[in-house]
Each structure stands twice: as structure tokens, then as C-alpha cells.
Design a protein around this ligand. Structure first.
Ligand code: PLP
Length: 352
């Protein structure tokens, strides 16, 4: 799961037992040395360039600092056994970034240029791509730079686009531990119209409730279900599994359309699971939980099992509090595809 916002990383890290795992830097704390940068000015994008990772000069009146005009992406490039480097579903992430930019009225990155910037970042940091189970996490970032503190109702007409990279390792190197999830059935994670936008403000808004639930219930994540309708957690999509069936919320504006979610559903359909995408409420979820499994999907963790749902002070255990067998199986299959161990029958990879 991701953004990997640091909130997600922290809670996922908490879900990873440290005993057997080798000491690895926490997700996102190490950056590869080179980034790619382009600027938008006078109605067009500049050519991009590779630069050493370091501070960027930003005017204190920059639009992003006042009006939160920023969005980002997160996805991974894998080093396969044959030495090649392969990016998972790069086109989908570029398209989602463009959709986020449109929603925030930011200058839209040109897809071909953003693809070149991602390639450049990977090529420049080629030696930093870890062997499996590690990967190079890519983080494109777009933000409005127009210096104007009176622009609350005016879009930024200047912007920067940066692609950062970070070597990351397997969340579950030491074994998977099931997550504790607090179900928030009143408040929303985001405004309903920005749920599918990958923008920092959404993560800032989810942070307080996530920390509060962690303090009160020792939960790893909050599952948002405003008005009782299940959406997603602060940093991952939510999937129920029972008797050869998967159930997850159908795509709408209220939550992030995860690329991992789409990949898992595609794979599950290929494998003969019945996949239902529709709205469902907390009581139906708890009904499924009695003899089913629940899991969180996202780039960072792929598929993380839920062991406990906490709702209105009551704890509901799933799969005996462990990661369910179907969750493990689906996760293992997607991981094997991502590592190039199982053939990619969907054209999901871009070879660098
Ligand atoms: C809020 C939220 N939902 C879902 C996801 C999963 O998306 P993806 O599978 O594309 O990483 C993420 C991670 O980016 C996220 O931040």
C-alpha cells in the first residue's frame, strides 16, 4: 500500500516484525542521488534535466505553500534476475498523475515527457535499484510555484515537476503480520470530490484520525466508511475475500483508484475468482468478516492481510487474527509477476 505516505510507511513498518528481518532503512527515508526536473512557465513545459537531489528554491509566496496545489505518484521499478530493470504499470501511474493535475487545475504533465523523466531518473540511478525483494520506488511530484498569495481562486500558471527515486525493500521480509484496522464510520478521509486525487492535503487530513486511532486502539490504519459506506484506508484500498469471491468498492470520485487494486482484481478474475465491484456498508463487511478475509492493497505492501477490525469499540477477528490464505496466495502471485518470475500476460511492464 502507499502513498507510501510516511503515515502509511510508518503503520506498515509497524506491521512488520523486526526480529527476523535484516536491518533496512525505513520506506522512503533514503533517496537515490539523481532526480529529474522540468518547469512550466509561459504556457509550456521546459525541457527536463537530471540534477543531484537537493533543496529546490521556492518563493515563500509559492502557490503550493498557501493553496496546496500539488500532487504526486508512487510506483516501483524492479531488477529482474536477468539484470533488466522493469517498471510496473508506469503508464497507469502517469495517467493518474495527469488526472490529479487536472482535478487541481495544475499544468498537466506531458505523458511522453514524464515517461522520459522517469526513464532518466532510473537510468541515472541504475546502480541504486536493489535486487529482489527490493525495488526502486519512483515518486513524481508536481507543484504550483506562481508567487501570489492572493491566488486562492486562481490556478498556478507556473509549476515544477520533479521525479525522485528511493531504493526500498520488502515490507514483509521478516514475515507478514496481520493488521489491526479501526473503522471510522462517521468522518471522511477527504472531500468526496477529491478522494481519487493523489494530493498531499488528503494525507494531511487522514493523519490526525490515524494517529488518534493508533493511540486509542493500537490500530495500524483507519478504514474510512463515512455514513457507513466502506471506502478505503488512509493509504491503501480495501478488499474483502470469501469463498472464491472478492468484494471491493466500485470506482467513484471518493477514493484513490489504486493500480495494485486493479492488478489484483485482474489477476483474481484470470484465476477464476468472482470479483464484485460495488458499494457496501459496514454491516455487510462485518458479515463477510465472520468467515472471510480482508486485505489492504497498494504499491508499498502489495497486499497486506487484516487480522482485526475495530468498530464502535468492538473487535472482530478475521482468519483467526492471521493473514488469510487467499490473501497470501494472491500477494505471492503478484509479487512473482513483479519480480519477473511469472510471465507478464498483460503488458504491465516497461523495460528500461
Ligand atoms: C489513499 C490511497 N489509496 C490507495 C492506494 C493504493 O494505490 P496504488 O495501488 O496505486 O499504490 C494508495 C497508495 O498510493 C493511497 O495512498
Amino acid at each position: 500500500m502507499t502513498p507510501p505516505s510516511s503515515a502509511a510507511a510508518a503503520s506498515l513498518k509497524a506491521a512488520t516484525p523486526s526480529t527476523a528481518a535484516p536491518a533496512r532503512p525505513a520506506f522512503g527515508t533514503i533517496l537515490a542521488p539523481t532526480m529529474a526536473v522540468a518547469r512550466f512557465r509561459d504556457g509550456k513545459w521546459s525541457s527536463h534535466e537530471a540534477r543531484p537531489v537537493g533543496p529546490i528554491e521556492l518563493h515563500p509566496a509559492a502557490h503550493v505553500l498557501h493553496y496546496a496545489s500539488s500532487c504526486f505518484e508512487g510506483f516501483k521499478a524492479y531488477r529482474w534476475a536477468d539484470g533488466s530493470i522493469n517498471v510496473f504499470r508506469m503508464d497507469r501511474h502517469i495517467e493518474r498523475m495527469r488526472q490529479s493535475a487536472r482535478a487541481l487545475v495544475l499544468p498537466e504533465p506531458d505523458p511522453a515527457q514524464l515517461a522520459q523523466m522517469i526513464r532518466l531518473t532510473i537510468e541515472q540511478n541504475r546502480d541504486e535499484v536493489p535486487e529482489a525483494p527490493g525495488a526502486l520506488y519512483l515518486r513524481p511530484l508536481l507543484f504550483g510555484t506562481t508567487p501570489n498569495i492572493g491566488a486562492a481562486a486562481t490556478p498556478a500558471d507556473e509549476a515544477s515537476l520533479v521525479v525522485l527515486a528511493s531504493p526500498v525493500w520488502d515490507y514483509f521480509a521478516g514475515g507478514m503480520q496481520a493488521l489491526r484496522i479501526f473503522v471510522e464510520d462517521v468522518n471522511s478521509r477527504t472531500a468526496s470530490q477529491t478522494g481519487r486525487v493523489k494530493t498531499g492535503g488528503n494525507y494531511a487530513a487522514a493523519l490526525g484520525p490515524t494517529l488518534e486511532a493508533r493511540k486509542q486502539y493500537k490500530s495500524d490504519q483507519v478504514l474510512f466508511a463515512p455514513g457507513g459506506q466502506v471506502q478505503e484506508t488512509g493509504a491503501a484500498n480495501f478488499i474483502l475475500i470469501r469463498k472464491g469471491q472478492l468484494l471491493t468498492r466500485s470506482l467513484d470520485a471518493t477514493f484513490l483508484h489504486g493500480v495494485t487494486r486493479d492488478s489484483l482484481l485482474t489477476m483474481a478474475r484470470d484465476d477464476g475468482y468472482k470479483v464484485e465491484e460495488r458499494t457496501f456498508d459496514v454491516s455487510e463487511m462485518l458479515e463477510w468478516a465472520r468467515d472471510g478475509e480482508a486485505a489492504l492493497s497498494g504499491t508499498a505492501a502489495v497486499l497486506a492481510g487484516v487480522g482485526v477490525l475495530i468498530h464502535r469499540g468492538k473487535e472482530y477477528r478475521l482468519s483467526g487474527g492471521e493473514v488469510g490464505p487467499v490473501t497470501q496466495e494472491l500477494r505471492q502471485k503478484l509479487v512473482s509477476i513483479q519480480r519477473g518470475e511469472i510471465a507478464d500476460s498483460h503488458g504491465w511492464f516497461t523495460r528500461i
